[in-house]
Design a protein around this ligand. Structure first.
Ligand SMILES: CC(C)(COP(=O)(O)OP(=O)(O)OC[C@H]1O[C@@H](n2cnc3c(N)ncnc32)[C@H](O)[C@@H]1OP(=O)(O)O)[C@@H](O)C(=O)NCCC(=O)NCCS
Length: 193
């Protein structure tokens, strides 16, 4: 006989990551479309952040992101996943970075996914997420960071080039008709200008 399925046994608990949040220097951010000058708080993602990210991700990317933003990243990345918010309004997510240190190459850190609220772009939020991720990964021995961008994603290409990444075009890198630019640079990042 098959026993009753007790859902409560399988409830996912949000992990309380010990890494303290960091506050970046004055990054002008926008709250509800209104530009304000303030600090940005970056902290480790938790499983509890998935729902909020899921609600905004397709709109922020301008297309369905599907399982590229699988909840496993929120459950499992710990301090290598980052959430950005304005210090003055920490409830509202302004950006997310999903990354990790490679198991295949311990000197390589990898950014799988990054997104910033369209209302807060061009103010250095993605740059701040990358710098904090790079700092955390360098502290555990990574010397390089890699990420992919679609050759059609001009904003992403410019962003990565402005952060000092060097791109190599890779034909059909993630499948038929799916070219990518493979971006790589050394760690650590220089401090923000
Ligand atoms: C790509 C993306 C993450 C960049 O986020 P962002 O927060 O706007 O990035 P930043 O503000 O750090 O940098 C963007 C630009 O603003 C500039 N900038 C950074 N800080 C700035 C500041 N304080 N004032 C003015 N400009 C600034 C950067 O130099 C950069 O210039 P560029 O246009 O020449 O690249 C964002 O556009 C996004 O979420 N896009 C949709 C999702 C996506 O495509 N993700 C990448 C998949 S590979």
């Amino acid at each position: 006989m098959i026993g009753a399925y007790d859902h409560s046994q399988y409830a996912i608990r949000s992990t309380d990551h010990p890494t303290p949040p960091v506050t970046c220097g004055a990054v002008p951010v926008a709250i509800a479309g209104r530009a304000v000058s303030g600090h940005l708080t970056l902290r480790a993602l938790t499983a509890a952040d998935f729902a909020e990210a899921r609600v905004v991700a397709d709109a922020w990317f301008g297309r369905p992101v599907g399982l590229t933003m699988h909840r496993l990243f929120f459950d499992q990345l710990g301090p290598a996943g980052l959430r950005a918010a304005a210090a003055a309004d920490s409830e509202r997510m302004l950006g997310v970075l999903l990354g990790f240190a490679s198991l295949a190459d311990p000197e390589l850190a990898y950014v799988h996914f990054v997104m910033v609220d369209p209302a807060a772009r061009g103010r250095g939020i993605a740059g701040a997420l990358y710098r904090e991720f790079g700092r955390r990964m360098a502290a555990q021995g990574c010397r390089r960071v890699r990420t992919l961008a679609a050759p059609t994603n001009g904003r992403s290409l410019r962003f990565h080039e402005s952060l000092g990444f060097v791109g190599t075009f890779a034909s059909e890198f993630v499948g038929p008709g799916q070219d990518r630019v493979v971006f790589e640079r050394t760690l650590p990042f220089p401090p923000a200008p």
